[in-house]
Design a protein around this ligand. Sequence first.
Ligand code: FAD
Length: 700
Amino acid sequence: SVKPKESNVDVLIVGAGPAGLMAAAWMAHCGISARIVEKRNTKIFTGQADGLNSRTIEIFDSLGFSDRVWKESNHMQEICMWNPNAEGIIHRSDRIPDTVVGISRYQQCVLNQSRIERWFIDNIKKYSSKNNNNAITVERGILPESLVIDESKVEDDDAYPVTVALRTLTEEEATPVQAATASKSAASDGLFRSNLVQDDDEADLLRKSQSRPGTKEIVHAKYVIGCDGARSWTRRALGLELEGEATDYIWGVMDIIPITDFPDIRHRCAVHSAENGSLMVIPRENRIVRLYIQLKEVVPDASGRADRSKITPDLIFRAAQKILAPYKLDYEYCDWWTAYQIGQRVGNSYDVHNRVFLAGDAVHTHSPKAGQGMNVSMQDTFNLGWKVALVLKGICKRDILATYQSERRRIAQDLIEFDHKFSRLFSGRPAKDLMDAEGIDMEEFKRAFMRGNLFASGMQVDYGPSNLVVKSGNWRELGDRSEKSAKLLAKAKISDDKFAKKQALATGIPVGKRLASFKVVSQADARPWHLQERLKSDGRFRIVLFAGKILSPQQKARVDRFCAKLDAPESFLRRITPADKAIDSVIDVLTIHASPRKDTELLRDFPDILHPFDQHLGWDYTKVYADDVSYHEGFGNAYKNYGVDKEKGCVVVLRPDHYVAWVGDIDDFEDMESYFEGCMRLPAVSAAQDVGIVVETVSS
Ligand code: FAD
């Protein structure tokens, strides 16, 4: 037999769904060598997830493709609640905004998962070609067959401790079985019907493995990320399990073009019928509407499982008609359908040795009605990807990888807790009156829905203390609830008093949450920008200097002192920046001042380090902003909204994923430096001595 080919790669990603593609996107943007393998031979399908929350769209903006989402998706503005009236007939009882007002510059929108995957593939190709000369493309029709971790090498930064054997599948093996259907539309269960639209380039998307079927390959990887969905092979190979259980609620999903007299069919609706179950309406792009329909007639057997073969589109649709009666509902075209039993489970561990990680559906499953599956899955790898990339680049310490579990497992646990309550309220029968104790109180449902919307926006994510987030608090409350994370998080603790003083400097910039966005005006050219537009996902940490009233001599002296320390040869900024790279290549410094823009001069009033000079490119005009009115887009009032004092200002450190890591005073330089010493591999004295400087503090 032929000896299999062997190769090394820094990161191997298994599975090219939303979570795997987000991981690959970070590798592309950070210039890391990576491969992504997928067992299916085709990407295109209809159905599956469709909801994009505000935070996900902010993330897409930072990667460079939110404009495509915004143009093509359906924007959801309003939710209508429908409940039985005194006669038991459904009526509209409430209207509320779909996205909590003011929470983000983006509102929730819906679009097919396949389009989102398409944009990822384009984006990954573009950035990986630019940063690495070696484009990352999805390798399809490939199946991992074994995974071995060499435990003796897991602490060695240069080692490739994970060995994975891959096999190229035959065409037949790589094409999953398509469920037949008796539906009048003849729509399949959606996995394989093409929804290619004009700009989908088939050849590009269906790129299959070039190897002959059966070809084996051995890959040695520094890190492996298992993003292979709810039935994760990687999870099984690691011997890890999901904890939790299946519920009794069985739901059908149909994407149809509805023919109906129901007045709110183009609004998102939560409909509770008196006796026939509940239904959710999600208006989609291209006249399509998704219906989530409770199937009261299908009940799980003694083993707790429902017989899925009994569930047909006709059965699902008849249930929908009953719930919406007396309104009429029909359709000619069905794009996709499926049925599911809600399982609420979360992984007991998200990694093994911080070398092999699980993400997305591979570590948590829950009902899709809150529209969270795809969002939370992508946000898992948005949290993990930059950490792996920066450890590989030698910028960050390896122990930051433990924060992936401490930060993300709690999100999944919260989601499941919420889903548990919400599913009960949504699947339950509405109470007939106050005495009906078994029925669901519709006011309680509405309150849960509103809380759910806040949660579902993704904005409530609040990471606990660690060496990446400097805040006080009990790790049990703020971090992952597993013992494993305790060691790391305990190290990070600062006193409640000290933290409260720091947080008071920027009350609108909570440490642990993503930085909210307000408009500021470029000092160099008067163009207004949303601050988030300046936070690209390029793997850089950021220091945002709220310089305050820079025209006041006293305040200018403080800013000058801060900048002198930042610019000094022994500063963390100089030490962490490779000698051959620009000073902003690892940490980007942005400034927002509070003096009138027209009276202020970029080159006169701000030290050079805030707008660095390059001998080929001149001054950098993109880094200093004023909190002032713009000509055409009003006044962002950033200092007020961020809760920062205009006289004194403050300093904020952001992680590469835009979560707030540290807040402090402009005079608190040493404390900020110790933040970077805690998470970065700052070069030791000898490296600095090469350029003739003696450095006293050395990071461990
Ligand atoms: P997935 O999207 O499942 O991606 C996993 C990928 O890994 C797949 O491409 C798979 O082919 C590949 N893979 C699996 N095993 C291997 C292996 N051994 N080797 C290589 N590759 C492998 N969410 C909603 O919000 N609303 C919905 O209505 C909804 N409906 C859904 C219907 C179905 C049938 C499914 C499967 C999911 C649905 N979801 C829905 C969930 C949503 O699609 C997921 O939460 C989301 O896609 C999770 O992303 P992921 O990348 O973690 O996993």
